[in-house]
Design a protein around this ligand. Structure first.
Ligand code: C5P
Length: 225
């Protein structure tokens, strides 16, 4: 059995946190696919590319000089050798990411990079289309949902903890807009794979979501039990 777990869902459902905890417990690798789209958005911004220029954006995507380095205080992301970890987490970057993510050629250019992230002993992949496109043959798929208010509150807390400015009402509005763009795009929209287990995390704690995911994993993955 392929050792891949996919976690998809909209922003703020908690999939990043669950993916990190799973990867840690299993000793597997982690793919934060959203970070790739965010890095591309930053690179496009730095190079003053037009955000509607699919050809230029996909060309840039296929030559992206990005490096994910696990360091003591988390994974640091370097674009052309420059640490862009902070800029990556901004909501503005996320919004731009969802604009570059609508283009089929951009998604195609990033596909191989994501599939190459699979390494033994296994991979936990988080994003929007991990279970539907990138790792469609994964044996364990999850799709997390939560209402917009719960998601905005979580994002608000995360941003504040990292020392960023945030306004709860504005955040909820931008999350809703971003989800709409992600759900309505023609290629690889935000969608649960038909064989994914769906979990509404609105009223659940991190531990509760983790337990729910853990119990649903194939027994062969849960050797740590
Ligand atoms: O997951 P994160 O919030 O970092 O993703 C930022 C944006 O990147 C999403 O809103 C979405 O538009 C895009 N994305 C995507 N496919 C993925 C991961 C992220 O289209 N697998």
């Amino acid at each position: 059995m392929k050792t891949i777990i996919t976690l998809d869902g909209s922003s703020g459902v908690g999939k990043g946190t669950i993916a990190m905890l799973l990867a840690k417990k299993l000793g597997w690798h982690l793919l934060d696919s959203g970070a790739l789209y965010r890095v591309l958005a930053l690179a496009a911004q730095q190079n003053a590319l037009e955000f509607d220029n699919e050809a230029a954006l996909s060309e840039m995507a296929s030559h992206l000089d990005v490096d994910f380095r696990p360091e003591e205080d988390g994974v640091k992301v370097y674009l052309k050798g420059e640490d862009v970890t902070q800029a990556l987490r901004l909501e503005e970057t996320a919004n731009l990411a969802s604009k570059v993510a609508i283009f089929p050629k951009v998604r195609a250019a990033l596909l191989q990079y994501q599939q190459d992230a699979y390494q033994s002993p296994g991979l936990v992949a988080d994003g929007r289309d991990m279970g539907t496109v990138v790792f469609a043959d994964a044996p364990a798929k999850f799709f997390l949902t939560a209402n917009a208010t719960a998601r905005a509150k979580r994002r608000y807390k995360q941003l504040k903890q990292k020392g960023n400015n945030a306004n709860l009402a504005d955040l909820e509005q931008t999350l809703i807009e971003r989800d709409k763009r992600d759900s309505e795009r023609k290629v690889a929209p935000l969608l649960a794979a038909s064989d994914a287990k769906c979990i509404d995390t609105s009223l659940l704690s991190v531990d509760e979501v983790f337990d729910c995911v853990w119990q649903a994993l194939p027994a062969a993955f849960r050797v740590q039990d």
